[in-house]
Design a binder for this molecule. Structure first.
Ligand SMILES: O=C(O)C1=C[C@@H](OP(=O)(O)O)[C@@H](O)[C@H](O)C1
Ligand SMILES: C=C(OP(=O)(O)O)C(=O)O
Length: 431
């Protein structure tokens, strides 16, 4: 369905809100809950399409998962060897996380399964997981020698490896950790910078032996995983849109309660503070092994900065909305080392440069990032999401500080990660 949303210029962003549950942690709660023994109770589960793709895949493999209330799951863990062969293809929809993590998990099962996805996911690179998984002994077939889905996986015996991932990717790391649960001997993954560590935290929380190394992580096979309680915090990647909205609209003050602030995810806070953003963390606490805080944001005059290196994997999904903050900052912002943006749901460098340019921003695509020169106000008019949820929501934020209303085409995609986004944005926007 092709939907369009129109954003009116806002005079002020204000209120006290929560955002939906963290997408990455929600995926992992189902996966690790299904593989553990005993019952796992999940609260704050993200009711987004990506997470339902994961949930449905586990139901198709025989796991009993009760959705008993808003964001509340009761998972009866099947144990490491309790999954059953799915009778049909597993559809990962738009979710790269589902496909790559499942590829690792399925490699170690004693059955056959096929993973597919929507038109966007079937274009995304998979050799980053299929190559190391094959080295562990997995039998995986896919288009372009395992680069593109559908992927057909005949599970079987695996051997642990030490893998040097050329990209800092939590999906690659987690796929190998999942395969490593079934391997003979330990599995070690090294990465150029630390990517999000939710898998390590939740696996440890459930009793796995996960050892942190310099630039890497090692897992021992066949742990006795015990289910437990997982309270999923609000998704900082979703909060990012509201944070930038409050920073760029004069007179704004917004409190966002219960946001996950895991240091491997909180690059957006560091970036916006370095740009001069008035962003405070309050009521800091820990829930189910993950740090959580309330975020208080006030409108600020932002300044352009240079962003690259280890900050990039810590803010990878937030870079589109960082480019919006930069479009209203004083001076130039340079985003480098972010080539990964080109292989997300869309080429997010090309998409943001094209759509910001359409509303009058001074923005240039670099091979591995963007150069943006800020201004006081953009024009408004019409833009498109390119079918990518992060582009749709980033452009919505830009629309708040346009002279004229901004129509964004093709917005149904926001349901993948942020159901209720448009209503929440309108609730906090005052004209
Ligand atoms: O592991 C995860 O939950 C995710 C990892 C990141 O992808 P990469 O591992 O490809 O960097 C991120 O972009 C994605 O939204 C979620
Ligand atoms: C890239 C994303 O997710 P995935 O890789 O799971 O599709 C995202 O949510 O921005």
């Amino acid at each position: 369905m092709n939907t369009t949303e129109t954003i009116q210029p806002a005079r002020r962003i204000a209120g006290e809100i929560e955002v939906p549950g963290d997408k990455s942690i929600s995926h992992r709660s189902v996966m690790f809950g299904a593989l553990a023994r005993g019952r796992t109770l999940v609260t704050g589960f993200l009711q987004g399409e990506d997470n339902y793709a994961t949930l449905n895949a586990f139901r198709m493999m025989g796991v009993s998962i009760c959705e008993c209330g808003e964001g509340r799951l009761e998972i009866d863990g099947a144990g490491l060897d309790g999954l059953r062969e799915p009778a049909d293809v597993l559809d990962c929809g738009n979710s790269g996380t589902t496909m790559r993590l499942m590829a690792g998990l399925l490699s170690g099962q004693n059955f056959f399964a096929v993973l597919t996805g929507d038109q966007y996911l079937r274009r995304r690179p998979m050799r980053r997981v299929t190559v190391p998984l094959r080295q562990m002994g997995a039998r995986i077939q896919g288009r372009e020698d395992g680069e593109k889905a559908p992927l057909a996986i005949q599970g079987g015996p695996l051997s642990g490896i030490a893998w040097n991932s050329p990209v800092a990717s939590a999906q690659v790391k987690s796929a190998l950790l999942l395969a490593g649960l079934y391997a003979e001997g330990p599995t070690t993954v090294f990465e150029p910078h630390l990517s999000r560590d939710h898998s390590e935290r939740m696996l440890s929380h459930f009793g796995a032996r996960v050892e942190r190394l310099e630039n890497g992580v090692r897992i021992e096979p066949r742990p006795d995983l015990r289910g437990g309680e997982i309270a999923v915090p609000g998704d900082i990647s979703s909060a990012a849109f509201l944070i930038v909205a409050a920073l760029i609209v004069p007179g704004s003050e917004l409190l966002i309660r219960n946001v996950g602030v895991n240091p491997t995810r909180s690059g957006i806070i560091d970036i916006l503070q370095a740009m001069g953003g008035d962003l405070k963390l309050e009521n800091f606490r820990e829930r189910s092994g993950e740090p959580v805080a309330d975020l208080l944001v006030r409108h600020s005059r932002l300044e352009g900065i240079e962003i690259g290196g280890e900050l990039i994997p810590r803010a990878i999904d937030e870079l589109p909305v960082v480019s919006v903050a930069a479009a209203f900052a004083e001076g130039e912002t340079l985003i480098r080392d972010a080539r990964e943006l080109r292989v997300k749901e869309t080429d997010r460098i090309a998409a943001m440069v094209s759509e910001l340019d359409r509303i009058g921003a001074e923005v240039e695509a670099l091979e591995d990032g963007m150069r943006i020169v800020g201004c006081e106000q953009l024009a408004g008019g019409e833009v498109d999401s390119w079918g990518d949820h992060r582009i749709a929501m980033s452009m919505a934020v830009a629309g708040l500080r346009c002279r004229e209303p901004l129509s964004i085409g093709n917005t149904a995609c926001t349901r993948t990660s942020f159901p209720g986004f448009w209503d929440l944005l309108r609730k906090v926007s005052h004209d």
